[in-house]
Design a protein around this ligand. Sequence first.
Ligand code: ATP
Length: 341
Amino acid sequence: MTAALSVDSLWKIFGPRSDKIIGTPDAALSRADLKAKTGNVVGVKDVSFEVAPGEVFVVMGLSGSGKSTLVRLLTRLIEPTSGTISLNGVDITSASAAQLRDVRRTQVSMVFQHFGLLPHRQVIDNVAYGLEVRGIPKKERRAKAAEIVDLVGLQGYEMSYPDQLSGGMQQRVGLARALAGDPEMLLFDEPFSALDPLIRRDMQNEVIRLHRELGKTMVFITHDLAEALKLGDRIMILRDGAIVQIGTPDEVVAQPADDYVKDFVSEVPKAHVLTLKWVMREPRPGESMDGPALPVTTIVRHAARAAIASDAPIRVMDGDTMVGVVDEEDIMRVVVAEEEP
Ligand SMILES: Nc1ncnc2c1ncn2[C@@H]1O[C@H](COP(=O)(O)OP(=O)(O)OP(=O)(O)O)[C@@H](O)[C@H]1O
């Protein structure tokens, strides 16, 4: 299957003679050392990854780690210094200006932190904007926009102007606008960072729902680990422009690649993220095999009730094969560990 997005050895270096660094020993310098020596700043450093069709791929890192630069490189809003990017099999790196325009209009939509809504247009016309740019007749685009307005829960606000809406609702308009053109892929650049925690949670749930309903490929940028763990099928962690780790939420929490990631995940409630894969063990001699069966992908917290209710250990299943067992004590070990300072 063709990857929805394939990025290979991507670099972005800002500054004088930035194209003369890659392939020289200077490329191996830390960001700070390269800056001191040459005046260049590494935005994205030799990044390679693939995103599968329909996947939610989260890019996470602290401020300055290169997230915004990376997401802008994907559609060449910023020109790469080197490397290749391919979107649904189309080589973005060698695409002409006309091809790029087409990709940005029809294949990929972006949702930004600062909404980017047109203040003098009503909600319905903000949502329809991308369709208007594509030359779709007014009646048709309004009909499509009305459908999407309903989809994101903005019924009744079609004729409102952006400044009459709360931040969360404005971001729903941003989402609707991104969805109106029926793109293959959505790129989210920290879309919920400016929202209050409760609204933010609603919007995260909204993204999960829309993903379930529409199945679009999503690349989601955030500096918030909890958001990354909640939304991501996989998470890529960046530091100083380079990849530190790529993994599923449970992999990142159970096996952090280094102290940087370990520090990030130290506060995460493990029982909410780890799956039975990480806590199961071999059955002990004589142990009853009459316990309930649960898939190996079950989140530990969701297995707790079954473990407490059963005298025999839970049988952990990978398809039809039993791959281990888990009892109440194994689960309590994970849960109690987090309550200890
Ligand atoms: N146009 C530019 N010129 C020079 N340096 C830049 C430019 N854009 C970004 N940088 C530098 O590249 C690095 C990565 O920045 P980027 O904005 O991608 O990080 P980020 O992870 O998105 O951070 P934030 O969450 O604060 O936006 C930073 O050191 C930044 O200063």
